[in-house]
Write a protein that binds this ligand. Structure first.
Ligand code: ADP
Ligand code: MG
Length: 319
């Protein structure tokens, strides 16, 4: 059969294939300047326990793992910090223990901190590590106890073993990323006596991003970004400066689980982290959409608005 003998249908298929191929090519080309810009740059990604909501755990994990591996393979240095609040509550329920909260913080007695440690280091952490390592030998799971990474102290006697970060000792992270591994960090810390504390993963992600001078700090959560009105899905804030976020906090617009994220974002961008992002972890490949496309997605936080929009590729930045 010669080319001229193709049926009209075959031509239509060929055209459709051609359009799909050209779209794929343009997506890859659009990513090029970002790949160059972010090569060698460190990105701390906090994966919230709630980001798993809205899709089956397995799918969400597999998609997240693909994004992290792709970032790593194009030369970025991703670091994953994870929480596991819903998973801790689930094991407590199985053990017949009622979770109790005070001002949004889990009251953590000796038994509860044991449960938190089992869930974070024994369940959530190896799930993330395994999902990433489906694609190669990349991820290494650690907790804040390893090499004294997270030093903590009790926040408030009434809360039990809920810790505040006193110090980040990032040597173990530097070691792992220099060896091209992807650290996956469970947010258990310890004090100087070796007592374990459960620490808010949002706070840890920000503290680690600052300690290692990360380019970006990214929160994957269960909402499309910061809203000016929590009840109004159309009120997404696309960009905000640290000062603007301080005002939103003062006005009470930032509530609940968003408070530690926003506090960490503002602190981080004022302390050397270039950009912070709050993204919807339920959107497939949301990390790739943020990092490698012109449009970006979710809420982006920067120190000052009058900087050039550095998430746009710089003209002539290819040299
Ligand atoms: P994660 O597991 O990601 O830490 P959280 O439930 O702790 O999730 O925090 C995200 C939640 O913060 C959102 O689902 C939303 O209900 C709440 N929230 C409070 N204030 C805001 C706001 N201004 N914009 C968006 N979300 C907000
Ligand atoms: Mg939270």
């Amino acid at each position: 059969m010669t080319r001229n003998a193709q049926t009209p249908n075959a031509n239509a298929d060929t055209n459709a294939d051609g359009a799909a191929a050209s779209l794929k090519a343009s997506v890859l080309v659009e990513a090029l300047p970002y790949i160059r810009r972010f090569a060698g740059k460190t990105v701390v990604v906090k994966y919230g326990g709630n980001a798993l909501a809205g899709t089956s755990d397995h799918d969400a994990l597999a998609l997240f793992a693909e994004d992290i591996v792709l970032m790593r393979l194009v030369g970025m240095r991703p670091i994953v910090v994870h929480g596991g609040g819903p998973q801790i509550s689930a094991l407590m329920a199985r053990l017949g223990k009622e979770p109790e909260f005070l001002d949004g913080l889990r009251i953590t007695d000796a038994e509860t901190v044991d449960i938190a440690r089992m869930v974070l280091k024994g369940q959530v952490n190896p799930q993330l590590v395994a999902a990433i390592n489906v694609h190669g030998r990349f991820a290494v799971g650690i907790s804040g106890v390893d090499a004294g990474l997270i030093r903590a102290t009790a926040r408030d006697e009434k809360l039990g073993f809920v810790g505040d970060v006193t110090q980040i000792n990032p040597e173990v992270i530097h070691g792992l990323i220099d060896d091209e591994f992807i650290p996956v960090i469970a947010t258990i810390g310890s004090d100087e006596t070796g007592q374990a504390y459960n620490i808010n993963a949002d706070t840890v992600a920000g503290a680690i991003a600052e300690a290692i001078g990360a380019e970006k700090l990214v929160y994957l959560t269960d909402i499309e970004g910061l809203r000016r009105d929590v009840a109004d899905a159309t009120s997404l804030i696309r960009q905000a400066t640290a000062d603007e976020l301080d005002e939103l906090v003062a006005e009470g617009i930032i509530a609940g689980g968003m408070i530690p994220k926003v506090a960490s974002c503002t602190h981080a961008v004022r302390n050397g982290v270039h950009r912070a992002h709050i993204l919807d972890g339920r959107i497939a490949h949301v990390l790739l959409l943020e990092v490698f496309t012109d449009a970006g997605i979710g809420t982006m936080v920067m120190q000052h608005r009058d900087e050039p929009t550095l998430d746009q590729p710089l003209e002539g930045a290819l040299s």
